[in-house]
Design a protein around this ligand. Sequence first.
Ligand SMILES: *[C@@H]1O[C@H](CO)[C@@H](O)[C@H](O)[C@H]1NC(C)=O
Ligand SMILES: *[C@@H]1O[C@H](CO)[C@@H](O)[C@H](O)[C@H]1NC(C)=O
Length: 432
Amino acid sequence: MSHLDNIPSTPGKFKMDKSPYIHRLRWHSSLTKLTFWSLVILGSILIFFFRSPSSSPLPSDHSRRSLSTYDWGGPSWEKRVRSSARVRSRNGISVLVTGAAGFVGTHVSVALKRRGDGVLGLDNFNNYYDQSLKRARQALLERTGVFVVEGDINDSALLKKLFEVVPFTHVMHLAAQAGVRYAMENPSSYVHSNIAGLVNLLEVCKSANPQPSIVWASSSSVYGLNTKVPFSEKDRTDQPASLYAATKKAGEEIAHTYNHIYGLSLTGLRFFTVYGPWGRPDMAYFFFTRDILKGKSIPIFEGADHGTVARDFTYIDDIVKGCLAALDTAEKSTGSGGKKKGPAQLRVFNLGNTSPVPVSDLVSILEKLLKVKAKRNIMKLPRNGDVQFTHANISLAQRELGYKPTTDLQTGLKKFVRWYLNYYSQGKKAAG
Ligand SMILES: *[C@@H]1O[C@H](CO)[C@@H](O)[C@H](O)[C@H]1NC(C)=O
Ligand SMILES: *[C@@H]1O[C@H](CO)[C@@H](O)[C@H](O)[C@H]1NC(C)=O
């Protein structure tokens, strides 16, 4: 049974009494604070107009992550941060989870919190996909006792502040610009999150005292055009097929550098097509479900010479177990205050399911579960980033992390479809 099965999965069922808006209301009820903040806001507006007389105050589609739009700080904010990160079990760890309102971030945060670890979330709630889904995940997290700070990983003042308030023992870094095809539309968002954001995070971590141990999400896409299957960690990763893959590969090299120079303990996890309840609407299994139900035709790609396109679909609960095992087996960083004291742990693991399934089989399973026949539109796999085949060799993760996936695609999709139908029947609007 999924660890989130007993949580209401529809936005309508969430009590709104923990909403940040109500907190703000209480905050504002104090007259002195109100006056103070009014002055601060007025000041910020004046500064804004004096400094950027020509630029529009409305963020454009692609520069929506203007850091000034996040508001953080203040005594009540710090109190929430501290309380969320408080460890409640013996030998528990305190973890900063970036991308906490994301698919994997939400599941990992809940799992950590449930076993008594301290968890603080961080998320910029960008509009790469349906923000209401991220808000619904946030509501779920708040019910579990996880506070999600709204901010950007490239904001060094914010990250420094978080480490001042909480001496995190671990960072679970899942924030990223995801998606393979979107990189052609908005390449700079990949640089912003996956490169600049990662470097900023590692800069703050290396200066923290104590330095945290870091586990972060790389991607199976680093194998790129590699044709040797199954993919194993030692295989070549120097032929990325998308900018997304290239930024993840760059992240692995950046991790090596920070491990080498500063003694940061770093573990990269190469996820293979993660799916499940609360998943990402930009993933095929998700929008296939939506479009099959709508009677819309769905594109099914095939490789050259009608070759099968297949994915090593990995169920979210298996991924969560792998993430927790990576945190639990992470050694301490060896440096402190920006100085290395000795060699530190540097690891990379495949987290897959080791059983690739053709995308056409995925569609057949969905048809049975939804009891609707799909309109299949067979198309040639475009050369814009997707690879034809992924298949993980997980023997390293098995040995070092005790990682052993147990959910096959049929079982996992059944749970996804149950969540999907429940979520979108109660939430007034259709997905996307
Ligand atoms: C990241 O933040 C720094 C300042 O902290 C800024 O100079 C830089 O432009 C940002 N990078 C991206 C790609 O957003
Ligand atoms: C999987 O990787 C391990 C090394 O981690 C290797 O010894 C083994 O031969 C690989 N298995 C296959 C089927 O390639």
